[in-house]
Design a protein. Structure first.
Length: 424
């Protein structure tokens, strides 16, 4: 096709010299990687539409938590002559800020002519390499640090913090095992809940009493789907009804499976005559909480798999979100604090994205991670199962809903305050 007749001609020769099929293949690969690194449906669809347009393609994307459908056509050809549809099944994504930034950089280089399309596809394929031994060790340590830090934020005694840290590290190793042996991933959440409940019960019965439910929740904190609940409600608000409903249902089932595993551990302990000793004691001074905030920020930088050069930025975002929520909550009330933190971190993420031309997720996701209501939801379901009464979990359920509503409002108005840059 002559270059002057193609809509992409204004972009540059690196694009116009590429065939229609190659450009489609690049957009498909980009969609796969953005989905795999935790991009929400509305942001992924908007980003793909823009990239496709810059490559001289008309694309209609449809995304959900487990798959993508992309319908392409060449706007330079008659309608019905060039239609192509691609179906992608990448499975559930996992947040990886480093690879998300790299995929974004590759897309920028391709659409601006600094990299040709075949080289862009090769660069995207390079992102599929598994992390080495160091990355796996850091992942397990991230689980341990996050669990211990959350126990510290909750002012639990030192034994409770140590127990949550150990259980978190062991669950991190279990995650690595599930990555190596796919069959282990079937029922993984229930297995993790069973594991956490069993270790906590043994410690509380053989060593010293624990804040049992709180220790279990802290040890499972990384697996809790609070972020999924927040993203699901955000997608529903954006009228992505199928994706939001599916994500919300998946998050709800994660909570149920974690609770099932914990309930089995309690039932087996009762059957064997093992009686856990429970206490409600939170003696820690403020300095322990502040240390826990710093450790939690570092742990989430590790778990979000940010590049080491971005650790300070990610940690600052996480700490800022916590501080705004805490002091804003003391001033205006708990839900208002969550709303203010979500509003400011979302706006700051969008502003950073526009200024640095990088994904705003580097600030937005760490900024709201300590605000999400996953732990409250799990506490409510565990209380409901233990008491066998709907009244037992009502307070926690109401708190989770209020937190989720405040968080969602902050995300929506933050995007209105400062609009997103290319939606990532």
């Amino acid at each position: 096709m002559p270059a002057q007749t193609h809509p992409a001609a204004a972009i540059g020769p690196t694009v116009t010299a590429t065939t229609y099929t190659e450009r489609i293949a690049f957009v498909v690969d980009l969609a796969y990687h953005l989905h795999a690194y935790g991009t929400t449906s509305q942001r992924l669809e908007a980003a793909i539409e823009l990239v496709a347009k810059r490559l001289g393609l008309a694309c209609e994307p449809w995304s959900n938590p487990t798959g993508i459908i992309l319908a392409f056509r060449d706007p330079a050809r008659p309608v019905g002559e060039s239609e192509t549809t691609r179906l992608i099944r990448p499975g559930l994504g996992d947040t990886n800020l480093y690879k998300l930034c790299e995929a974004d950089r590759i897309a920028e280089d391709v659409i601006n002519g600094r990299m040709d399309v075949p080289a862009g596809r090769e660069a995207l394929r390079d992102l599929e390499r598994r992390s080495g031994l160091r990355g796996q060790i850091m992942l397990a340590l991230g689980f341990a640090m996050a669990s211990g830090a959350v126990a510290g934020l909750l002012r639990l005694p030192y034994l409770d913090i140590a127990t949550a840290t150990v259980i978190g590290g062991l669950i991190g190793l279990l995650v690595l095992g599930a990555q190596r042996y796919p069959r282990l991933s079937e029922g993984f959440d229930a297995l993790a809940g069973l594991f956490a409940g069993t270790v906590a019960i043994l410690v509380s019965s053989l060593i010293a009493p624990l804040n049992l439910n709180t220790v279990v929740i802290a040890s499972l904190i990384v697996l809790l789907p609070g972020m999924s609940f927040a993203l699901a409600t955000n997608e529903l608000t954006s009228r992505h009804l199928v994706s939001g409903t599916a994500r919300f249902a998946g998050a709800l089932m994660t909570v149920v499976n974690l609770t099932i595993g914990t309930a089995i551990a309690l039932a087996v302990a009762k059957l064997l005559g093992v009686e856990p000793h429970v206490r409600a004691w939170r003696p820690q001074p403020d300095w322990v909480v502040w240390c826990a905030v710093a450790v939690a920020a570092y742990a989430f930088a590790v778990l979000f798999q940010a590049h080491r050069r971005d650790y300070p930025l990610v940690m600052l975002a996480a700490i800022s979100g916590y501080l705004i929520s805490r002091f804003g909550g003391e001033w205006l009330g708990p839900q208002a604090g969550v709303f203010l933190a979500a509003l400011l971190t979302t706006a700051a993420g969008n502003a950073y994205a526009r200024w640095a031309n990088r994904p705003g997720a580097l600030i937005r996701l760490p900024g709201i991670i300590m605000l999400v209501p996953g732990s409250v939801a799990l506490r409510g379901v565990i209380s409901l199962v233990q008491a066998q009464s709907l009244n037992a979990g009502q307070e926690a359920a109401l708190a989770a809903v209020n937190t989720l509503m405040a968080l969602l409002a902050g995300l929506v108005f933050g995007n209105l305050l400062v609009s997103a840059r290319r939606n990532l």
